[in-house]
Design a protein around this ligand. Structure first.
Ligand SMILES: *[C@@H]1O[C@H](CO)[C@@H](O)[C@H](O)[C@H]1NC(C)=O
Length: 375
């Protein structure tokens, strides 16, 4: 049951081509106190990095806290490197937002109306609302005038939102993907020099007690080992890179040469023919035309390797199996993304759990290092 709810939630989001995975806030005590006491708009931050604790819900949803308004209204959001807008449920939202925290502009002294309509199409349907402006903070770092969307109809997200633990999404891709081409949260943090370095990095935990962390403005050395291998972006839209190949047992499984690194997608996706061949080779069986595959939970299934910029990134069976009772889901799913965006692979959370990833906005590159789950 867990599988069907969470997994489908993830998939709906994937299809949205925008990302959907959450994190959770780690209070940077001193600074948070400053923010709460209202000094944030008059004083530069004490530190140039901010950490958000990322919660792990069954390795399928990663979410963390942001706040909007004065006094702060808090929301759990998916920090999504596959989209570029900030949106949360609005006080004006219909029953499609039941059970979620909503933003009340009437309760915020720093709210500024805008009203431009906001419409985004997800695989499962449309989500709509309107733009507003207010102070928005994550990890103790504030953007005084962030344009965001108040969503009034989230029915297009279906079960992904209804059963989800998140109230909205904070997009971390490039501004060009923003629906109304508004400045992104991270762009604003960078341009106002709230962070001294325009990078952020994700550590995704492996269980509900292995807390994840999103660091704005730097990397956190306790969450990785060894050095970063950097890869230049193909285009600053998604975090899009060249994929050198996907192999298993010495055999190649794709001719597709593009991948995006997407914290908002729970699993790894690839072109359906490639995934079908790969699944057959590792012993996974398709769940009736869904593009999802099941397999035994044996750790003896073969490794799958991603070749990126000459480096090999290996996922073992332990890395890619997603337990569901006494059977396992294969952490790869078929998803054919049409041109011009696709075809492409999505390196989602199954990949990012194993490889701590730094997203370098200034140099337009990503860096991967082995995540340290014994931190
Ligand atoms: C709303 O924001 C847009 C930018 O997305 C701006 O062009 C427009 O003038 C704003 N409208 C109002 C009423 O402030």
């Amino acid at each position: 049951m867990i599988r069907s709810i969470l997994y489908i939630a993830g998939i709906a989001l994937v299809a949205a081509h925008s990302l959907r995975i959450p994190l959770k806030k780690r209070p940077n005590a001193e600074f948070v106190r400053d923010v709460i006491s209202g000094s944030r708009s008059t004083r530069a931050p004490l530190s140039s990095t901010g950490n958000v604790v990322i919660n792990d819900y069954m390795n399928s949803q990663y979410y963390g806290e942001i706040s909007i308004g004065t006094p702060e209204q808090t929301f759990e959001v998916i920090f999504d490197t596959g989209s570029s807008d900030v949106w949360v449920a609005s006080s004006q939202c219909d029953k499609s937002c039941a059970g979620h925290s909503r933003y009340f502009s009437s309760k915020s002294s720093t709210y500024q109306a805008n009203g431009t309509s906001f419409d985004i199409m997800y695989g499962s349907g449309p989500v709509s609302g309107f733009q507003s402006v207010d102070v928005t903070s994550a990890g103790g770092l504030a953007v005084p005038e962030q344009m965001f969307a108040e969503v009034v109809d989230a029915s297009g997200l279906g079960g992904a939102f209804l059963a989800g633990k998140f109230d909205g999404i904070l997009g971390l891709a490039f501004p060009i993907l923003s629906v109304n081409k508004v400045p992104t949260f991270f762009q604003n943090l960078c341009e106002s020099k709230v962070v001294s370095e325009c990078v952020f990095a994700f550590y995704l935990g492996n269980s509900e007690t292995d807390f994840g962390e999103l660091t704005f403005g730097g990397v956190d050395s306790k969450y990785y080992t060894g050095e970063f291998n950097y890869v230049n972006l193909l285009h600053p839209t998604y975090w899009e890179i060249t994929l050198g190949g996907v192999t298993s047992n010495g055999k190649s499984y794709t001719t597709c040469t593009t991948a995006i690194v997407d914290s908002g997608t729970s699993i790894i996706t690839g072109p359906s023919a490639d995934i079908a061949a790969l699944a057959a080779s590792v012993g996974a069986k398709e769940l009736a035309g869904t593009g999802e595959y099941l397999m035994s939970c044996s750790l003896s299934h073969p490794d799958v390797n991603f070749i990126i910029n000459g480096e090999t990134y290996t996922l073992t069976a332990e890395d890619y199996l997603i337990p569901d009772g006494n059977i396992c889901l294969f952490g790869f799913m078929a998803l054919d993304i049409p041109e011009p965006t696709g075809p492409l692979w999505i390196l989602g959370d199954v990949f990012m759990r194993k490889y701590y990833t730094v997203f370098d906005y200034t140099n337009q590159r990503v860096g991967f290092a082995l995540a340290n789950h014994n931190n």
